[in-house]
Design a protein around this ligand. Structure first.
Ligand code: SF4
Length: 305
C-alpha cells in the first residue's frame, strides 16, 4: 500500500498565529487563561491547552473579574468585544486577520446601505461573529442555492454578499451564480473571502484524488474546512472519510486499496496525521509514504509533547 500525503495540509497561518498567541499568554500570565469558544476547531489542540490551564468558555459571565481572555481565531461580534472590555478583562485578540477583513467588508457594505447576504453555515462561530457587524434587518445567511431561491427580497434590492472563509470553492461558486441571477444590483468583496489556505488545501485534495483510491481527512467534526476537504474528495469521485484521531480509523475503508491519500484541516496539528500513518503501518507493515513535489514541512505542535 502507498500512503500519499497532500502537498498542502494542516495549520494555516491564522491557526498557527492563534495557537502562538495562547502559548505566549500562558507563558506570560500563567493559568487560568480564558478562551472564548474553542481557540480553533480541533479536539487535540483544545485538550492540549485544557491540560495546560486554559478554560474554554461559551459565556463571558463565566469569567471572573480581571480575568485574561483570548478571543478565538474565528473572530467575534463587536458587541462581545465591547462587553469584554466593560467587564474589565484583559482582552487578547487571536482573530485571524483574514476574518477581520471580512468584518471590515461587512461594515463597508452596511455603510453603502446594502442588504448583506452571508454565504456560510448558520451557527458557525465565524458567521456568528460576522453577523454582529450587520443590523439584523439587513442580514440574510444562505448555505445552499435553495436558500437563495427562498430569499424574500426584491430583485432590485441593493445587495452584497460575503462568504465564510472556509467554504467549498465549488459549492460557493454555484451559490454566487444564483445570487447573480436573482439580483440586478449585487456586489461582492473586491477579493474573494474564501482564504488562500482553504483554497490551497482543497486543490491539494483534488490532486490526491487523481492518484488515490480512498482519502482520509484528519479533522474534528465541527471543523468547517476539514469537512469541506472531505466533500472535495467525495466530489472528485474518491470515497473520503473524516477522522478526529487514529482511533477513528476503520480498517475496512482502506483494506484492499493500493493508494491511500491523507490530508488534514487547517486546524489540525501534524502529530495527528503522524499517528494515523503509524496506525496504517501497524495494520499494513509494507506500506510506504509518498510525498508530492513541494510538500510543505508541517508544524511541530506541540513543542513539548
Ligand atoms: S482558514 Fe483562513 S481565514 Fe480561517 S484561520 Fe486559517 S487563514 Fe484564517
Amino acid at each position: 500500500m502507498e500512503i500519499y500525503l497532500a502537498r498542502k495540509q494542516g495549520f494555516c497561518s491564522g491557526v498557527a498565529s492563534a495557537i502562538e498567541i495562547v502559548e505566549q499568554a500562558l507563558a506570560k500570565y500563567g493559568p487560568p487563561l480564558y478562551v472564548y469558544h474553542e481557540i480553533v476547531h480541533n479536539t487535540f489542540v483544545v485538550e492540549y491547552f485544557r491540560k495546560n490551564g486554559v478554560l474554554f468558555v461559551e459565556n463571558l459571565r463565566d469569567i471572573p473579574e480581571g480575568g485574561r481572555l483570548v478571543l478565538s481565531a474565528h473572530g467575534v461580534a463587536p458587541s462581545i468585544m465591547e462587553q469584554a472590555r466593560n467587564h474589565g478583562f484583559t482582552v487578547i485578540d487571536a482573530s485571524c486577520p483574514l476574518v477581520k477583513k471580512v468584518h471590515r467588508e461587512a461594515m463597508e457594505f452596511v455603510r453603502e446601505g446594502r442588504h448583506v447576504i452571508l454565504i456560510g453555515h448558520k451557527g458557525h462561530q465565524e458567521i456568528i461573529g460576522t453577523s454582529g457587524y450587520v443590523p439584523k434587518e439587513k442580514l440574510s445567511i444562505v448555505q445552499t442555492v435553495d436558500d437563495v431561491k427562498a430569499l424574500q427580497l426584491s430583485s432590485e434590492t441593493p445587495v452584497a454578499y460575503l462568504t465564510q472563509t472556509t467554504l467549498s470553492i465549488d459549492e460557493t461558486r454555484e451559490i454566487i451564480a444564483s445570487l447573480q441571477k436573482k439580483f440586478v444590483n449585487l456586489t461582492g468583496p473586491a477579493q474573494k473571502d474564501i482564504c488562500y489556505a482553504t483554497q490551497s488545501r482543497q486543490d491539494a485534495v483534488k490532486e490526491l484524488a487523481k492518484v488515490c483510491d480512498v482519502i482520509l481527512i484528519c479533522g474534528s467534526p465541527n471543523s468547517s474546512n476539514s469537512n469541506r476537504l472531505r466533500e472535495t474528495g467525495d466530489r472528485a469521485g474518491v470515497p473520503s472519510y473524516i477522522i478526529d484521531s487514529a482511533d477513528e480509523l476503520n480498517i475496512e475503508w482502506i483494506r484492499g486499496k493500493e493508494r491511500v491519500g491523507i490530508s488534514s484541516g487547517a486546524s489540525v496539528p501534524h502529530c495527528v496525521v503522524r499517528d494515523v500513518i503509524e496506525r496504517i503501518r501497524l495494520m499494513f507493515p509494507d506500506s510506504e509514504v509518498k510525498y508530492f513535489k513541494n510538500f510543505e514541512v508541517p508544524d511541530q505542535f506541540p513543542n513539548n509533547p
